[in-house]
Write a protein that binds this ligand. Sequence first.
Ligand code: MG
Length: 383
Amino acid sequence: MKIECIKTHHLRCHLEKPFGFSQWSYAQRNVLVIEIITDTGISGWGECYGPADVTQSAVSNFYAPRIIGSDALATNVIWQHMWRSSLDFARGGIMMGAMSGIDMALWDLKGKVLGLSVSELMGGRYRDVVPCYATGMYFQDLPENELLPLLVKEAKGYANEGFAAMKIKVGKNPNFDEKLIIAMREALPSTQLMADSNHAYDLPEAIKIGRVLDKQNYVWFEEPLSPEHGNLFKQLHEKLDLTIATGECEQTRFGFMKLIESGGVSLLQPDLAYCGGPSEALKIRTLASANGINCIPHVWGTMLNFAAATHFLASAYHEPGRAEPKSLFLEYDRTENPLRDELYDIAIEVQNGSARVPTTPGLGVKIDIQAMKQFDINNTETR
Ligand code: MG
C-alpha cells in the first residue's frame, strides 16, 4: 500500500473573545491539518502545532514529494527518511512540526488499514476512560480587580462540569500571580490545581512563585523558566517540593534526552503534533521511563491532536506502579475554539471531566469535510 497523495488545509477562525497568556494574545486560531491518501483510497489525518502557513509549505513543498510512493504502513522508515532528508538544516523547529503532523496521519492511516485503534497500535489500553484537566483561565484585557474574580468564576464552572483537575495561567506579573494562585485554592479547596507560566520568570521569581504554589498544594509548576536555560531547572527544583513540568517547546528524543540530563524536571510534556509525532513521542516516553519520569502530552489545536494524546495516555503505564497510582491527567483546553468544536462529525467524548478512548480504527475522530470548507483559507495537493 503506497502513499499516493498528500493534502494540506490551513484552517483559520476568528474568536469572539481574544485571550492571552504571558507571552502573547490570540484573536484567531490557525491550524494545519494533513490528509494522507493511499493507492487503495484509505486515508489518514493528522495536525501540526506551529505557524500553519509556514508549516504548510514544509509539508507540501518539502516532505510530501519525498514520501509519495512510500509504503504507507512503514511509519518508522518514513520518519527516518524525512529526518535524514532535512537533518543538516532542520533538527527541530517548524520542520519537525511538519513531520509530526505527517507521522500522526500515518498512525491514523495504519489503524484504519489494520482495523485497530491507535492505543491498540501503541501496545494496548490500560484504561478505557482518561481523566482530563481543564486548561483555561487565560488573561483578558481587563483591570486586575475585574480579571481575578472572572478567572475564579471560570474555574468554578469547570469544577461544576465535573473536572477534578485544572490548570491556570500565571506569568502576568508576580504580584497578580500570587493573588490568583491563592484565590483559586480558596475557591477550590479539593481540586487538583496546576499553574503554567509559559516561561515567564527568571530564577528568583520562579522560586518565589513556586513557594506560593507549594504552600497552596498545587500539583505541578509548568514552564517556570525559559527552555533556553535548562541548567536553571535543577536549581529551582532544589528549592521546591512540587513537580516541575516542561517540554511543550522541546522536540525529538535527542532534545528530551538533554532536558532530562540537565535535571530538575519531573514531568515531560511532549506535544504529539510538534515533538516528532506519535512515533517520536513513544521514544520520548521510553526515555522518560528509563529515568523514572512520566509523560503527559501538551495538547493544543483540534480533535486530531486531542485524540492522539488520549490514545497515548490510555496506553501509558504510570511510573512507578502501585495499587492506587496517581492519575495521568489529559490536557483539555477549554478556551473558545471552533476548530475543535465545530469541525468534527465524530469527536472525542468528554463527560464529567473524563475522555472516553475511541475503540474504532485509527485515531477515532472524523473531520466533517463540509464544515471544514468554511475555515479552509489555503489548501494544497501533492501527488
Ligand atoms: Mg503549557
